[in-house]
Design a protein around this ligand. Structure first.
Ligand code: GCV
Length: 842
């Protein structure tokens, strides 16, 4: 039996900076006790350096050493006792192993047999063997040192991730579009990076959760990706991926033949265009024989496509399908097709961006080639906190579809807010579209089972960056982990995934597991509560960073994320009888449910219906009171995240503890910004007061514009609701220090002192807070270097921030003074200061 000498170690330092994510292989409690239940040697079958079985051997050596402190010898005798053998089924059979009894494996599947120290890991292919090794190691890392026999096959063949990496920094929305973890790990300055270490590490993480391909560049693609030197660079990325069985995919720009190839057309039916794409595809496959395929965004948000030439989307997709077919590649063609320039809500009550996907794809289903997969965002608009499942999934019967999920939290707090997404994905995957009146969960459709399609699956927009945390936040990595698990097995449970992830990422300590589970499981409902509820969408500023609150930005523009809020009513009427007709795109049972206001669930009410603010929900509350209550409830939950996390201080390494704490404190403050912005916006629109008297009444606040100002001047904020009382103060110019002071009219006692200010990009202003002659604290406006969220230079809901000093001793009649020093374009803005007795949030 041939084997491989494994000498290398993986070189992943134990530093707790997040780089190793859940693959830390950290020692587990009582590690030594397990030594005699573990293998003593590893045997890899027919391993070649740079391919997954070889990697599997390295991981097993490294993992068992890290977790248990046991060094495995590397041998070639799999007959001897206490050996972990890893390889393909074919290699095992060739080497005399008995495979007669093994259950069937499909592509990428594996068997795992654990019998004390004798462990057999067999993959249907090399990648499957590596998945099996990672599965075995994941069990060990969670302390499961028990005998077991299992066979695991992936539910779907397409388990891809998409990176929206630009070729250069300063491309659309930064180096990684909607990426919050730093610069691209693949590209820099228009070319592929020389050092691709992070690309290999990324592939390792993805392989460990069963994923199989990465589209490395932005769907808003650039034709220069196809220059000869960049194709050489792509080949180097593919080389970095290959040891982990991860394949490379590529986003293409539809008009590349014109931009790069000097053709005077990009018509998909033009012979020269067809030949151009074939040649480019052949060139790519010469460099990267195992390339996974292409991803194309066509006729959407400025990206060109076949419609320019009156060709159908199917003709556009098939252009690439034909070029890829000889090489076995697939084309992921996006359903995110809409025209963001011509939609007009005033001119046409029936206009609706949500209709676009089904309208554009209607009738094309039979026309797509077999190697086309339609990649569909989970909802009809754009990764909102709550959307119904896209009805297009029920329309494609012959062509396979993949659901596009977003791990990067574009509209969901951009990793500066904790939002564990698996519960949302669970609900979406379990949603039954009732196609032809039969069970048709989204999971069954994208597995290809429901409509008997061979190609189908998952595409996750991940957008990791150079930051050692990958996504910009340690806790956000549970989303990537869960995405992989769900793509492999759509029935995976959000809590179980989280617990497994926590054990491997942080600790086996039950308190740590309980705290992270509680925080994470409460995070999506809380975020929905304090951002946009009842199906109104997230209410982020959609014209700028998609981050902070700006409910007014949804309407009055052609982007089509409308709420149609006026003085009396709110919501998109998407009924067939009176509205945009969107509800009619669903199969009958679902259509009837959404068409009828009585059967539409409250959490999607405003998605489907336009109602007065006084409309009474199933909960017996009015819409407007629900808004008020939910925003207060959600932001109150976010306040609890901080003490919860603090309760495990010392049980998590200091570096990651502080990193997470910083973000949770920030989130607690920003959730209040959200609460106040949204509730005041709708109070102002509707004129209907909050029954509980909270909205607009903040008795613990001292408005900065009401303080005595020296060097500071009042500033009217736009949108008005992004400032308490609509005003803040800014320094008179960008070189004058400002002071705002007031005499405190509070009883002597211990308080939390909260300062709401604005941390803009383009400057690092400083603030210092004093009580009489004592400094309470000072801080800098440097979030642009700390939080990965979209930077903003405006004084608005994106930059509004709260700083809280706890347990401050305050004397009645003391002078409170805040001194702001501007820097760059940041005029040290202050909104208000709250003197909060114990337990009060305000
Ligand atoms: C990559 C939304 C995002 C864009 C993104 C687009 C898409 O519009 O804001 O940044 O572009 O979706 O998914 O193509």
């Amino acid at each position: 039996m041939r084997s491989l000498l494994i000498l290398a170690t993986l070189g992943f330092a134990a530093a707790e900076d997040g780089l190793s994510a859940w693959l830390r292989y950290a020692p587990i409690p009582h590690a030594k006790h397990y030594h005699d239940k573990l293998p003593s040697a590893v045997v890899t079958l027919n391993a070649t350096e740079g391919l997954p079985v070889y990697t599997a051997g390295e991981e097993l050596v490294d993992g068992i050493n890290g977790i248990f402190g046991k060094e495995l010898s590397v041998g070639d005798d799999c007959e001897r006792d206490s050996v972990v053998t890893v390889g393909t089924v074919a290699a095992y059979a060739k080497n005399g192993g008995c495979v007669d009894e093994l259950p069937d494996l499909i592509e990428d599947g594996y068997h795992l047999r654990i019998d004390g120290g004798n462990v057999l890991i067999l993959g249907q292919n090399e990648r499957g063997a590596l998945y099996g090794a990672f599965q075995y190691l994941a069990r060990l890392a969670q302390g499961q040192v028990t005998d077991d026999t299992l066979t695991s096959n992936p539910e779907v063949p397409v388990r891809w991730v998409n990176q929206w990496d630009n070729m250069r920094d300063g491309g659309t929305h930064g180096s990684v579009e909607r990426g919050y973890g730093g610069d691209s790990i693949f590209f820099w300055d228009g070319v592929v990076r020389e050092d691709l270490t992070r690309a290999g590490q990324y592939a390792r993480l993805l392989a460990s959760i069963g994923l199989n391909a990465v589209v490395v560049n932005n769907v808003n693609a650039n034709e220069t990706i196809l220059t000869p030197s960049n194709m050489d660079g792509l080949a180097r990325i593919a080389d970095a991926f290959r040891p982990y069985g991860i394949q490379l995919g590529l986003s293409l720009r539809f008009d590349s033949p014109q931009l790069l190839g000097d053709l005077d057309t990009f018509d998909p039916l033009d012979d020269d265009v067809v030949a151009w794409w074939q040649e480019k595809t052949d060139e790519l496959y010469r460099r990267i024989p195992d390339m996974a395929g292409y991803l194309v965004k066509a006729n959407s948000e400025g990206q060109p496509g076949p419609l320019t030439y009156n060709r159908t989307l199917a003709e556009g997709a098939n252009l690439f399908a034909h070029a890829l077919e000889p090489h076995g590649g697939i084309i992921m063609f996006r359903a995110f097709v809409y025209d963001h320039r011509s939609l007009d809500q005033d001119a046409d009550w029936k206009a609706d961006r949500a209709n676009a996907a089904v309208d554009f794809f209607e009738g094309l289903d039979p026309d797509f080639e077999d190697n086309v997969v339609i990649q569909i965002k989970y909802g009809p608009i754009d990764f909102q906190v709550r959307e119904p499942v896209s009805p297009l999934f029920a329309h494609l019967r012959e062509t396979g579809s993949a659901v596009e999920l977003q791990i990067t939290q574009e509209y969901l707090g951009q990793q500066a807010h904790l939002v564990y997404l698996a519960p949302m994905w669970r609900e979406l995957l379990d949603f039954d579209l009732r196609a032809d009146g039969e069970d048709s969960t989204l999971a069954s459709i994208v597995s290809g089972q429901r409509f008997n399609q061979k190609l189908a699956g998952y595409a996750g927009v991940v957008n990791v960056g150079h930051n050692t945390t990958w996504l910009g936040s340690h806790l956000a990595m549970s989303n990537l982990y869960a995405y992989g698990q769900l793509a492999w097995d759509s029935s995976s449970d959000p809590v179980e995934m989280l617990e497994a992830w926590t054990k491997m990422t942080f600790s086996h300590d039950q308190e740590v597991i309980d705290v992270i589970t509680k925080l994470s499981m409460e995070s999506w409902p809380a975020y929905e509560d304090y951002t946009g509820n009842l199906g109104v969408q997230t209410l982020t500023d959609i014209l700028l960073g998609h981050y902070g609150p700006n409910p007014g930005s949804q309407d009055g523009n052609p982007w089509g994320q409308w709420t149609r809020a006026d003085a009396d009513s709110i919501g998109m009427d998407r009924t067939v009888w009176n509205g945009t007709g969107f509800a009619g795109q669903y199969p009958d049972e679902v259509y009837e449910k959404y068409e009828n206001i009585e059967t539409t669930p409250d959490n999607l009410l405003l998605w489907f219906h336009h109602v007065p603010y006084t409309h009474v929900l199933k909960s017996n509350k009015t819409v407007i009171q629900h808004f008020y209550d939910a925003h207060y409830r959600g932001s109150a939950v976010a306040q609890t995240f901080v003490p919860l996390w603090e309760s495990i201080r010392g049980k998590v390494d200091e570096e990651r503890y502080e990193h997470v704490l910083y973000r949770l404190v920030y989130q607690a403050g920003h959730s209040l910004v959200w609460r106040d912005s949204v509730t005041n916006f709708y109070l102002n629109k509707s004129g209907i007061p909050d029954e509980a008297g909270r909205v607009g009444n903040y008795k613990y606040r001292i408005e900065a514009e009401d303080m005595a100002l020296d060097g500071y001047v009042p500033y009217l904020v736009d949108p008005f609701e992004a400032a308490s009382g609509s005003w803040c103060i800014v320094t008179a110019d960008n070189s004058t220090q400002g002071t705002a002071s007031t005499k405190l009219d509070v009883e002597t006692g211990t308080y939390s002192v909260a300062v709401n200010y604005y941390d803009q990009a383009h400057g690092n202003a400083t603030w210092a807070l004093y009580l009489d002659d004592d400094m309470v604290g000072e801080w800098k406006g440097d979030h642009e270097y700390i939080l990965g969220k979209a930077p903003s230079m405006y004084i608005d809901g994106q930059t509004a921030t709260r700083m809280t000093f706890k347990s401050v001793k305050v004397k009645s009649g003391s002078e409170l003074r805040i001194v702001g020093t501007p820097d760059g374009e940041e005029p040290a803005p202050v909104d208000y200061i709250s003197i909060l007795p114990e337990g009060i949030i305000d």
